[in-house]
Design a protein around this ligand. Structure first.
Ligand SMILES: [Zn+2]
Ligand SMILES: [Zn+2]
Ligand SMILES: [Zn+2]
Ligand SMILES: [Zn+2]
Length: 516
């Protein structure tokens, strides 16, 4: 971009751009049709300019970041950051977690590390700036009203990024007016790079790229990198509120293409029935064991009802390849929570049985269930995630501030001890304990098991899922692990298991000593 003026001040350089743009333009301005609002009375110049208005000031958005509440805000309009209290010792504790801002849009605190770049919004804004600057020197009928509407909002006036002539070339459809022009220019930017259709529930990644939420969720399940720039993205590390759609892109797509969005919604409902909130009894349930997110579950399918279910789920490779795994519960048939499994490998045997390799993706609560005529259970489920990272940090800060500081060589011996440890201290304790236990080679740490589940992760967001998958603990305790919505509570449960296992090992070696 060229010169830019602070968004809070009306642009004075706007009309000064004329000389730069006053170039021969051929017959481009001659062939437009009269501008009219007949098709959609809502799309007045004023309403159109409002779409691009900054949520906290009377100016057009400029150089924006995406906030965890979904809003996009000019960098210049972000309030001053401050140091968050008591966060240093909490998990994850990275430097970008230390500073906070009080959000002027939602009035909540956001962490600096949760405010992300937003390339698509900035590109859309540049396109609009270019168009308005160009219309100022290459007016078409009705353009003046639109330019004035934007000027009334103090649009940031910059040298157009685009060659002004190029904005008016290659028009397949006869031009109707400046708002249609803007619509066509923006439409080119609003396709999802994964499904190549209009962005539906636009979701912006920490690296600043925007995709349909369902598209990027599916893509991240298979490979945890941004489909555009290959930055590593860990779903379970994301603030759950970062799942809020990008509000500015939602505003643009709703304003210009609301009919297309209705079609997109219907298309998504047909293509991803299991991802929809309102789809009713859509999740086939495998009622067998406790699975965990990010971890493999190997299954041997032999019961007739589950063979029927696999026909539906796998569908000769064309099914949606997802089903729910829940633990049986004597009262309600299924445990209250489960994990969605994605089939990675399907090996059908000649006699109709099959061997499956699956990976856990998201967690869900079972709202209700019914028996399908083929014998298996179909459930209506509701996804759930951890509370936001921001909230998790806050809860940990409150808990560890209340406890006296621990000596450096502190070793927990009771469950109460765990409450006064930081999440990082629990991770250190768990990791060194697993290393010690490994030397005594209990069956559940056998090399064969580790070949399937991987080596012990030194990361509190993954460790509990890993330990839960391999430790021989009570299954209902494992359901409790699955239900927790903070990394810290999961670490407490896991460290509790390690305490019990270590105590058992001590007492067995003690009795071994006595019997000698
Ligand atoms: Zn602003
Ligand atoms: Zn906010
Ligand atoms: Zn998409
Ligand atoms: Zn990216």
């Amino acid at each position: 971009m060229g010169t830019s003026t602070p968004p809070d001040h009306p642009s004075t350089a706007f009309n000064g751009q004329s000389a730069l743009l006053n170039q021969p333009i051929g017959d481009d301005t001659a062939e437009h049709e009269p501008y009219s609002f007949d098709e959609d009375e809502e799309k007045t110049p004023k309403a159109t300019a409002e779409v691009f208005k900054c949520p906290v000031g009377s100016h057009v958005l400029c150089d924006v970041v995406k906030l965890p509440c979904g809003q996009c805000l000019c960098k210049a309009c972000l309030p001053k950051s401050y140091r968050r209290v008591g966060i240093e010792r909490t998990w994850p504790g990275t430097l970008d977690r230390h500073l906070g801002i009080l959000c002027p849009c939602c009035n909540e605190e956001h962490t600096e590390g949760d405010c992300w770049p937003d390339f698509l919004s900035n590109k859309a804004l540049q396109r609009v700036q270019s168009l308005i600057a160009t219309l100022n020197v290459m007016p078409i009928t009705g353009a003046q009203q639109l330019v004035e509407a934007f000027e009334a909002l103090h649009i940031d006036s910059t040298t157009p990024e685009d060659d002004p002539r190029s904005l008016f070339e290659h028009d397949e459809v006869p031009r109707k007016g400046p708002i249609d022009k803007m619509e066509r220019i923006l439409r080119r930017e609003m396709d999802c790079a994964i499904c190549h259709a209009l962005l539906y529930q636009p979701w912006t990644t920490p690296c600043g790229h925007t995709f349909c939420r369902n598209c990027v969720t599916r893509s991240l399940e298979i490979s945890p990198t941004c489909p555009t720039c290959r930055t590593h993205i860990r779903l379970q590390n994301l603030d759950h509120r970062s799942s809020q759609p990008n509000d500015f892109i939602v505003r643009i797509t709703k304003y210009f293409w609301s009919d297309d969005l209705v079609q997109r919604k219907e298309h998504m409902r047909l293509e991803y029935p299991y991802l929809q909130d309102d789809s009713g009894l859509s999740m086939p349930l495998f009622i067998c064991t406790v699975s965990f997110p990010c971890m493999p579950t190997l299954l041997h399918v032999f019961e007739q009802k589950y063979r029927n279910m696999m026909r539906r789920v796998w569908g000769n490779g064309y099914g949606d390849k997802h089903f729910g795994m829940v633990l049986p519960d004597s009262d309600n048939i299924t445990a209250p929570v489960g994990v969605r499994l994605r089939i990675d490998e399907f090996n059908g045997l000649p006699d109709g049985r099959s061997l499956l390799e699956t990976t856990g993706t998201s967690r869900f609560r079972v709202k209700r269930h019914e028996f399908h005529e083929d014998g298996y259970v179909l459930a209506e489920v509701e996804d759930f995630e951890d509370v936001s990272l921001h909230e998790q940090e806050h809860r940990e800060a409150v808990e560890i501030m209340a406890a006296p500081p621990l000596p450096a060589d502190f070793q927990p011996t009771t469950h109460e001890d765990l409450n006064s440890m930081t999440t990082k201290e629990m991770m250190d304790y768990a990791y060194s304990s697993i290393t010690l236990l490994h030397q005594s080679s209990p069956g559940w740490l056998h090399a064969r098991i580790l070949a399937i589940y991987g080596q012990c992760p030194n990361d509190p967001s993954l460790f509990p899922w890993w330990l839960g998958s391999i430790i021989p603990a009570d299954e209902t305790q494992k359901v409790r692990l699955l239900e927790q919505v903070t990394v810290r509570e999961r670490m407490k449960i896991c460290c509790g298991w390690i305490l019990e296992w270590t105590a058992r090992r001590r007492s067995s070696s003690w009795s071994a000593c006595c019997s000698m």
